[in-house]
Ligand binder design. Structure first.
Ligand SMILES: *[C@@H]1O[C@H](CO)[C@@H](O)[C@H](O)[C@H]1NC(C)=O
Ligand SMILES: CC(=O)N[C@H]1CO[C@H](CO)[C@@H](O)[C@@H]1O
Length: 510
């Protein structure tokens, strides 16, 4: 589809358009917003190259084809992936392909060896790019950028609220203090220092990215690369978290461009980004037809993102909780979660019992089409930032069930700061491949869903706030809105500098 931009909304041209090279982390939740960003840049007159590994580039062929048809200056580049070692299976180039907890570290190590191929690619370009935008986790791009004298911005997936918490917690040694605490249960509460609002975490929930054992050097590297970056690009909008954007900018001492929510770009094609091997079991029109028959705001949508997998015992608690809530539900389960005959049988029985009011989608579901449907009145989410922001952008309040990384702090933002969430009560992080322990019971699920979807003043107020943030999100992305204009400023500052960071465009270079 051709972009519907008018001439004037494309950033004024003088000289060649700036060229942005984007380097996402090899995980679906990180690649998707970077693809969105590449598309936004290209639609607004800049050139964008998204650099990744061959397996990930192949998955994005739909994006590349689409860009070609729309005549957008957007290309997908597959760098040669360093040979796997340490037991990493060949062809494993994305976090969602990892089937063994022991393979995460070797995958990261292989990704860090992409520095050579990236440098070779950049040197071979006819002219150096204007700017590298790389994922917060990809600190290995910092050396490449400084050797070639190319400005580097960091893209950090979550909100500024999260980034500010993480920065302050790290600076003040909160992680060390919490992890050396002798308290066995891990329920002791810590206040994140230096935040403009009170934010409480526990030993279990204060962890962020790259926090596992063996990742210490990667985390240190990422924090250092954040300090030395020339600025940050964030998928959020000013009207959502203005005070945290301002504080984060002050703490970094670098410009922060808020450009989201990316999901509101109407030219975006989400279907071309379905996770590996996950085909929808019900096609989009089937899901939408089902929703069409439901009352406005009556359906609770339930999905836990592309990574976390529930073992049967925990899965059953979700199902029974939804059943007990008595509310209509649309629930996405992963094929791998219902692979066993027992789980399949259990699910069929649940579907038979909840017939008219429950729809279970196995595999992948068109999340944006669902969240933007008028029948959907709430979302049980793992609080991955992409999902949470998609919900906010469509004015849908949430039941928060964080699993790991930034998700516990995202929950705090949704519940305590924005007032649009009901916590399910998850207090501990879960392993990616499921936890034997049942951490959240059917009673927790039923209570939180009933509270969110129920009548009453508090529930109504939550819905009102969510709707208001949804309206503000749309305004931010429209012409004249803060995100739209921040993108204009970002492109302009690199056009003027012609690929060099200078003093007169507000960027600082050490
Ligand atoms: C983003 O937009 C806001 C409001 O329009 C502005 O105050 C801010 O300076 C912009 N950010 C950057 C980095 O240019
Ligand atoms: C050490 C550090 O990064 N402190 C920051 C914590 O957050 C506040 C904003 O509330 C910043 O002003 C500090 O610089």
């Amino acid at each position: 589809m051709a972009p519907t931009e008018t001439e004037e909304s494309i950033v004024a041209t003088s000289g060649p358009p700036p060229h942005f090279v984007l380097v996402p982390l090899v995980a679906q939740g990180h690649i998707i917003p970077m693809v969105d960003l590449a598309r936004l840049l290209a639609e607004r007159g800049a050139r964008a190259s998204l650099v990744t590994t061959p397996v990930n580039a192949a998955r994005l062929h739909g994006v590349a084809d689409d860009a070609l048809r729309a005549k957008l200056p957007l290309d997908i580049v597959g760098l040669p992936f360093p040979p796997a070692d340490d037991g990493l299976p060949p062809g494993c180039e994305n976090i969602d392909q990892v089937k063994d907890n022991g393979h995460f570290l070797p995958l990261y190590q292989a990704v860090y060896r992409l520095a050579g191929p990236l440098e070779a690619y950049l040197r071979a370009l006819a002219r150096p790019p204007s700017c590298i935008i790389s994922d917060w986790c990809n600190s290995w791009t910092a050396g490449v950028a400084s050797r070639l004298g190319i400005p580097r911005l960091l893209f950090h997936g979550p909100s500024c609220f999260y980034s500010l918490c993480d920065l302050n917690a790290s600076t003040h040694g909160l992680h060390e203090r919490a992890s050396s605490s002798a308290e066995a249960e891990g329920h002791e509460r810590y206040v994140v220092p230096g935040m403009p609002v009170r934010v409480e975490v526990t030993k279990a929930t204060c962890l962020g990215f790259l926090d596992g054992p063996g990742f210490e050097a990667f985390r240190e590297g990422a924090l250092e690369a954040m300090r030395t970056a020339d600025g940050a690009v964030v998928n959020t909008f000013l009207d959502l978290e203005e005070q945290f954007v301002a504080c984060y900018e002050a703490a970094l001492g670098k410009p922060v461009w808020t450009l989201g929510p990316f999901c509101l770009n109407k030219n975006r094609d989400a279907a071309s980004m379905a996770p590996c091997g996950r085909k929808p079991s019900v096609d989009q029109s089937g899901v939408i037809e089902w929703l069409d028959a439901m009352d406005p705001g009556s359906v609770i949508f339930v999905s836990f993102g592309s990574l976390a997998q529930k073992l049967p015992k925990q899965l059953y608690e979700v199902g029974h909780g939804l059943e007990d809530s008595g509310k209509p539900f649309l629930w996405v389960v992963k094929d791998s979660e219902v692979a066993s005959p027992e789980a399949q049988e259990w699910l069929q029985a649940l579907e038979a019992r909840t017939g008219g009011r429950g729809l279970v989608v196995r595999g992948w579901a068109p999340q944006l089409a669902i969240l933007s449907h008028r029948a959907v009145g709430g979302f049980v989410t793992h609080c991955g930032w992409n999902s949470l922001l998609e919900s906010i952008a469509h004015g849908v309040p949430v039941v928060t069930w964080p699993h790991f990384a930034d998700q516990f702090l995202n929950e705090r933002l949704a519940v305590d700061v924005l007032g649009i969430g009901v916590p399910v009560g998850a207090a501990l992080p879960v392993m990616l491949f499921g936890d034997e322990a049942v951490l959240v019971t059917r009673g927790d699920v039923a209570r939180a869903v009933s509270e969110l979807m129920g009548a009453g003043e508090v529930a109504e107020e939550r819905r009102r706030k969510a709707r208001e943030y949804g309206e503000r999100a749309h305004r931010a992305m429209e012409k004249g809105g803060s995100s739209y204009e921040n993108l204009t400023l970002l492109i302009q500052s690199f056009r003027r500098s012609g690929g060099r960071v200078t003093d007169n465009n507000g960027l600082q270079k050490e």
